[in-house]
Design a protein around this ligand. Sequence first.
Ligand SMILES: C[S@@+](CC[C@H](N)C(=O)[O-])C[C@H]1O[C@@H](n2cnc3c(N)ncnc32)[C@H](O)[C@@H]1O
Length: 264
Amino acid sequence: MEKDIFEQNRESWNNRAEVHYDSDFYNNKAFIEGESSLNSIELDLLGNIKGQRVLHAMCHFGQDSLSMARMGGEVTAFDISDKAIQKAEELARTIGVKANFITTSYYDLPQVLDEQFDLFFTTYGVLGWLPDLDKWAEIAAQFTKTGGRLILVEFHPVIWMYDDQFQKIEYNYFNEEMITTEDSSYTDKNSEVKNRFNSWNHSLSEVMSALINAGFRIEKFQEFNYSPYDCFSNTKEISKGKFRIKNFDNKVPMVYAIEALKPQ
Ligand SMILES: C[S@@+](CC[C@H](N)C(=O)[O-])C[C@H]1O[C@@H](n2cnc3c(N)ncnc32)[C@H](O)[C@@H]1O
């Protein structure tokens, strides 16, 4: 049953991978010319990662993985989408930067990798594809060295409660049910091609409890009233690279960030 759910998501992300690679949204031209794909929210948490071993979970086609490699990190990155990983490898060859890319579903990672890292990094649009956060955090802890860090930057669960146009509350804040949607893509909102996705909303207490129970100590927790990505409907750009939902203005959280330590 779960396998079918993940298999459906894998196919949907495969459909998206190729479109995303050439999209204006991901602006690969600027990336290839040397621009980092990382935003100030995660850059501020990352600090100097030169020489650090980084595990990038759910890396899509690798822009952020390769941005961290350009910063001097020794990066291993994985994703469920074989097409996205192919594209990540192509991108690495194009820019001449090294990273180790692996195709695997998150929960299968322990079957294909047996190493520990200084930093476990995962951002924007990742947790929603995973039903069981206790298992997510246990795996993150397994792959993080003692004394190592976890950085999670994620869209806020409040933002996933609304209908597509942000007119009314449609979904639960809490992880009560699997949500199945038909969606084009955040890079091309008018595309006719629809993908079927299965996802789950995760309250902040669910995320934090999972991390604490897996042995992490939360060092920083931040909430932001903007998104660095223009990936929702009815948005306005309030300043360069900062987007809000028009009718919500600054009144709701859109993104949160956690830095956690795996203590000695
Ligand atoms: C929204 S993207 C992440 C975006 C990334 N922050 C970026 O901007 O490039 C979500 C990624 O999660 C991957 N994914 C979805 N379900 C997964 C799973 N069960 N295991 C591993 N990766 C998964 C998708 O293939 C996709 O590449």
